[in-house]
Design a protein around this ligand. Structure first.
Ligand code: SF4
Length: 98
């Protein structure tokens, strides 16, 4: 629909709250918080990249902080750095556009 907006599903709700970009108890509250002052033209790309992050790395359980591309800015207090995925090479690319 060509709207400059970032939809929020369970993946975005979880990752945005773990990273610390928002503090909200439900996806709809996260939606309004993240879209309040969103930089123009990157909302859709931001959305698709966070879906990928939530599906592949920042999963509900067994999340892989050791290979996470945003680990250095993430404020989540229960990071999982003691796993088999720790790597200096973080191949995940935050450049998806659909
Ligand atoms: S560092 Fe861990 S908790 Fe934070 S976004 Fe990455 S995978 Fe999720």
């Amino acid at each position: 629909m060509d709207r400059d907006i970032c939809p929020v599903d369970t993946h975005l709700h979880r990752t945005l709250n773990r990273i610390g970009l928002v503090k909200a108890k439900s996806p709809d509250k996260t939606f309004f918080a993240i879209n309040k002052n969103f930089p123009k033209s990157i909302a859709h790309s931001f959305h698709t990249n966070l879906i990928r992050l939530g599906r592949e790395i920042c999963t509900p359980k067994n999340y892989k902080c050791g290979i996470c591309p945003v680990e250095n800015i993430c404020k989540f207090s229960d990071k999982n750095l003691n796993n088999n995925f720790i790597s200096e090479n973080r191949p995940f690319m935050l450049l998806d556009n659909i």
